[in-house]
Design a protein around this ligand. Sequence first.
Ligand code: HEM
Length: 152
Amino acid sequence: MRPRISGLLRAMSRSHGLSPAEVAEIQNSFDRMWPRSNVMVDLFYDRLFELVPDSRPLFRDDMANLKRKFISTLAVIVGSLDNLSGLLSVADKLARDHVHYGVTASHYAPVGEALLWSMREGLGTHWTPAVEDAWTKLYVFLSGRMIAAAYA
Ligand code: HEM
């Protein structure tokens, strides 16, 4: 990547840019999802392996264990929206670890599609346009940050 572009990407990925109302949409919808998060996470991985079958062999750990780690990390991220430096350090560590798992930048978009789709399924009528916009913004920020941290 050209140095100027990678510098700009890093600069853009320093702040999530979510308004307090958007942060509240994310946190409230995540709380609502929490009691059924195991269903949501099952749907997420099923959808991911449908959308990107070649990502399946990258997952070598026990899936039940991974699903627990995934949902608890998502909880940490959602709980860190008011603590930018905490959020950025979680994202940067995840990004570096994901390079070792064989994940590439092009995987991030379909993972986001699968994640948002599973949340929509899980939340039903509570998946409002405001909730969708806020989660989309968060995922775009997070994946941009992770891609910049890992590959720029
Ligand atoms: C916001 C984005 C993402 C989050 C929050 C996330 C979260 C996690 C977490 C918590 C783990 C458990 C191990 C660890 O803590 O490092 C993990 C592992 C993993 N993730 Fe992600 N991930 C994300 C994006 C992706 C993407 C885009 C892919 C591409 C397919 C991916 C594939 C994997 C793989 C292959 C593993 C390792 C599984 C194993 O050890 O067998 N993740 N992820």
